[in-house]
Design a protein around this ligand. Sequence first.
Ligand code: PBG
Length: 325
Amino acid sequence: MSVVQRPRRLRQTPAVRRLVAETRLHPADLVLPLFVVEGLEEPRPIASMPGVMQHSLASLAEAAREAEAAGIGGLMLFGIPQHKDAIGSEATNPDGILATGVRVLAQAVPEMPIIADLCLDEFTDHGHCGVLDPTGRVANDATLPRYQQMAQILALAGATMIGTSGAMDGQVAACRSALDEAGFTDTMIMAYGAKYASAFYGPFREAVDSSLQGDRRSYQQDPANAVEAIREVQLDVSEGADIVMVKPGLPYLDILSAVAAEVTIPVASYVVSGEYSMIEAAAANGWISRKPAILEALTCTRRAGASIIVTYWATEVAGWLKEDR
Ligand code: PBG
């Protein structure tokens, strides 16, 4: 019997495999999320995310410079205030921790795209992404003016882009008009087009000292649904999104791929805290091989259609990619 078709020919050496690879990771495609905590003197490890820190303003600047030296494409910032209240007052304090953190980043790495997270959940005492109505429901329309104020404050502080992660209807349009009215017509919006109510955000709750009781299922999407992700993304595009994101990452590669086929703007994927921690925990136990698992996870994310990947491994992976060249 003679075998004529031999796909293995194209897999025979590392050099041939490199030549025919359809997907490559590049440091420029990676975005590093960072956490800055008000009043923190020294960086503090996040137990549920081994290797990730809550930063002081000084260590934030240092991490940003390190990320820039590694060649990564952007930074995303979350701020954790000391004082939380029902409306998330600190989110719209021009001297609050998030705006201050943005200013520190803009000064430390002026060339680097800085994405400020635009959401109230780190700032509210109930931990929800919006303000509540008298019955305790998250009030969509009453939240939008809070987001608008936040957008202007973050743009003024030097954010290149805002990440609208709150999952309220109309938030992209609200933020776009608020930015434009204040003259920030060049400030970009990374819209969390498809954002699912996911258990994989678990470790993030510790990272932002979240006080959330319950869940976000009345505003974030149901993991069972795919069609509504396209609707959400189309709305964000029509409201003025510059980039759309799908979140979480690996369990939602089908959504990512469908979104990438649908839109004509860049598509990002957020490989979230739970995905990070699962790989770290398994690797720490010797159950999987850390570096190949991380590279596979990110390569598959690119293959599925993400041109941008938000990942806590960004700086480290960028370092590996440099070495490999
Ligand atoms: C909400 C927000 C969350 C994450 C990013 N922005 C948590 C949530 O929606 O409950 C999670 C990111 C991660 O898990 O890495 N503003």
